[in-house]
Design a protein around this ligand. Structure first.
Ligand code: ADP
Ligand code: MG
Length: 396
């Protein structure tokens, strides 16, 4: 789960990292008020989207850049007005861009140097790695490509932990000396503590900047958290509702369903993540495109099946619904009754193809046939996928 920059700033602030003061706004007037409440300008207004490259991006409206420096609160309001409600396209968003619903307004100190600092997990080595470079800023990808020697890495043995001398070594490699060196070493140690305690999978500060009077500051922060560990962090789990940008995904989250929105036209309802992936593969094989990944889980109840139907049908791209359930612990006759009720209740306007396999599948199929509902059944995987692809083609 990736966080917005303003959320990342909040978390890192708790660990004592030096971050220029600021706050997040959803309305232009609010942005101005935040600037007025800050002790000094200039100010920076930053579009909050879950993608990087904002500095070099552009809005659909033609407005340039998702990061703007302003001298006065009135200018902050103007810039916020241009950004809010707009769509920002960057190298990381794809051509469709991302809607901007929030902007961050912060003090913009004079920057004299832009560095790079990140902690991530090196799965190959089974440990985390702290990465630093003297060449931070918006062109870090180019630095990594053209002068990889400028990127320094320190791997951390989880048994031993991260030692202060390692932080000092990295800070020195990043070209820091004098009072900047201990400041940065302290910041790296704090970032590592945050990384472990919050079960992060990524903590990237780019740029980490040297600002006025030789101080170090966090200017941009990107954080990824391990979703499987969210139960250990109830205070952070609430961020989740804000970071789900896809309306379909937000609905599914409320219903407790494991849903990922995709761009195809066959709405899939499957139990088990493995079967869900296999279903998507076989649809591809027969020329179909899934509209989603949806794992209703092993113990999906009537209510969840109905909700799942509702979410699939609310997606205007969906041209056919493919229900693919393996009755293991759950019996197929129970599932079939659930499907009949959900279909009777939600009245889908697109064809429905159902494949049930496992315990009591014959009984399940009979229930579907006897219901008199326009449900098409299928026997094996290939047959079901072909029927789903054909059904979607009919309604196109
Ligand atoms: P992104 O990584 O999405 O492009 P950043 O927050 O890193 O967004 O901003 C891009 C660039 O904008 C920074 O590398 C920096 O040069 C400039 N910038 C960002 N914040 C400030 C600031 N407070 N003061 C001056 N320049 C800034
Ligand atoms: Mg950045």
């Amino acid at each position: 789960m990736n966080l917005f920059e303003y959320q990342a700033r909040g978390l890192l602030g708790r660990y004592g990292l030096p971050i220029p003061p600021g706050d997040v706004a959803t309305r232009p007037e609010e942005a101005r008020q935040i600037a007025e409440g800050l002790s000094k300008g200039p100010f920076v207004v930053k579009a909050q989207i879950l993608a990087g490259g904002r500095g070099k991006g552009h809005f659909r409206s033609g407005f340039a850049g998702g990061v703007h420096l302003c001298s006065y609160p009135a200018e902050v309001e103007e810039v916020a007005r241009a950004m809010l409600g707009g769509v920002l396209v960057t190298a990381q968003t794809g051509p469709e861009g991302r809607p901007v619903n929030k902007v961050l307004v912060a003090e913009a100190p004079q920057i004299s140097r832009e560095l790079y600092l990140a902690i991530l997990i090196d799965r190959g080595r089974r440990r985390s790695v702290v990465v630093g470079s003297a060449q931070g800023g918006v062109d870090i990808e180019e630095v990594a490509r053209e002068s990889p020697g400028e990127i320094h890495r320190i791997w951390v043995d989880p048994q031993v932990g991260f030692w202060p001398y390692q932080a000092r070594t990295l800070a020195a490699c990043m070209g820091l000396c004098g009072s900047l060196l201990p400041q940065t070493a302290d910041l790296i140690v704090r970032l590592y503590r945050f990384f472990c305690e919050c079960d992060a999978s990524l903590a990237e500060i780019n740029p980490l900047a040297v600002i006025e009077n030789e101080k170090i500051a966090v200017i941009d922060a990107k954080i990824g958290l391990d979703e499987n560990a969210l139960f250990r962090h109830p205070e952070v789990a609430t961020y989740r509702n804000e970071v789900v940008e896809d309306g379909r995904e937000a609905e599914a989250l409320k219903a407790g369903l494991n849903y990922v929105g995709l761009s195809g036209e066959i709405g899939c309802m499957v139990n088990g993540a493995g079967l869900a992936m296999a279903t998507m593969d076989i649809l591809h094989r027969y020329g179909g495109e899934p509209a989603n990944f949806l794992d209703v889980g092993g113990g999906a109840d009537q209510n969840q099946v109905t909700k799942a139907f509702g979410i699939l049908m609310a997606d205007p791209k969906v041209r056919a619904i493919f229900v693919h359930i393996f009755g293991g612990i759950m019996r197929c006759d129970v599932i079939a009754r659930g499907i009949v009720e959900a279909v009777t209740h939600t009245k889908p306007k697109v064809p429905i193809v159902v494949r049930l396999q496992g315990t009591n599948f014959e009984e399940g199929k009979a229930i579907l046939h006897q219901s008199g509902l326009p449900i098409r059944t299928a026997d094996d995987l290939a047959d079901a996928a072909q029927k789903a692809v054909a059904a979607a083609a009919e309604t196109r």
